[in-house]
Design a protein around this ligand. Structure first.
Ligand SMILES: CC(C)(COP(=O)(O)OP(=O)(O)OC[C@H]1O[C@@H](n2cnc3c(N)ncnc32)[C@H](O)[C@@H]1OP(=O)(O)O)[C@@H](O)C(=O)NCCC(=O)NCCS
Length: 137
């Protein structure tokens, strides 16, 4: 996590309420042969702050930072059973691109979502998710 937060190819957004962390989002980006793309590493809102728009705001800020670097598309994995997160992503324009069985653990599949970013010009869709740190993300 520390390496991600300190990465020059990424941004970490923290939502604060009364001096306490209410949530955070980490996004990374990189160059693909057809253009730049970004990946949402993590998005989390503390239980007491959920359902008040915090997740949506963090998501938009993560997207904006990636778009500013020229990323044409943002990708993410979400647990297929995580209805709250899936609703948030779909409500924010993400579309399902695939499914990866046993991604989180045996029997826990991930859905792969992506969304085109306004500032990007190249279409990185055909490339699939980014490879970062030797890991398919
Ligand atoms: C997924 C997660 C980040 C969503 O965060 P959140 O802060 O609850 O998200 P939002 O509040 O922006 O949106 C959730 C709902 O609140 C609604 N909402 C937005 N602003 C609101 C407001 N001012 N008042 C009341 N509700 C509001 C949204 O419309 C949305 O409604 P919906 O459920 O009908 O779609 C959060 O549930 C979480 O941290 N989960 C655990 C970690 C996790 O699963 N992360 C995702 C990993 S891929």
């Amino acid at each position: 996590m520390r390496a991600l937060v300190n990465s020059p190819n990424g941004a970490t957004w923290i939502a604060e309420e009364d001096g306490r962390m209410a949530g955070f989002a980490v996004v990374v980006w990189g160059e693909l042969t057809r253009g730049a793309a970004a990946y949402l590493e993590t998005l989390e809102v503390a239980a007491e702050w959920r359902g008040q728009g915090c997740g949506g705001q963090l998501l938009r800020r993560a997207e904006d930072s990636a778009a500013l670097t020229g990323a044409a598309r943002i990708w993410l994995h979400v647990d297929a059973g995580n209805a709250a997160a899936i609703r948030l992503y779909e409500a924010n324009g993400y579309r399902k691109q695939g499914r990866e069985e046993n991604y989180y653990a045996r029997g826990r599949a991930a859905l792969i979502y992506s969304k085109a970013l306004a500032a990007g010009s190249a279409d990185a869709t055909a490339e699939g998710p980014l490879i970062a740190g030797g890991r398919k993300i």
